[in-house]
Design a protein around this ligand. Structure first.
Ligand SMILES: [Zn+2]
Length: 99
């Protein structure tokens, strides 16, 4: 279970730093995709996306949902049961639901 604070992956400009280690950068890009995709539709139950699971050898597609508090994005891979929660995504540039 990954518990991630989106702002921890970003520099002061709100971008994923290029100098980040590859593994962390890939993970950050994955979380950015999840935020981008989920905030387009704001689903309240686990909904399939086109995002591939990042686990090596897994071909699952990630499902995402907003938690009822709408503060956390829950993502889940039905193939390998890889899952996590993303916090603090509201102020990032991948939030498509800014009011
Ligand atoms: Zn998976």
């Amino acid at each position: 279970m990954y518990i991630s604070d989106m702002t921890h992956f970003l520099n002061e400009k709100g971008n994923i730093p290029k100098e980040m280690p590859t593994e962390a950068r890939e993970l950050a890009s994955f979380f950015a995709l999840v935020v981008d995709c989920t905030t387009k539709t704001m689903p309240l139950k686990l909904t399939p996306t086109a995002i591939r699971c990042f686990n090596r050898g897994c071909h699952g597609l990630i499902n995402t949902t907003l938690k009822p508090n709408k503060k956390e994005i829950h993502w889940y891979c039905p193939e390998c049961e890889n899952e996590g929660v993303i916090n603090n995504w509201e102020g990032t540039k991948w939030n498509n639901n800014k009011k």
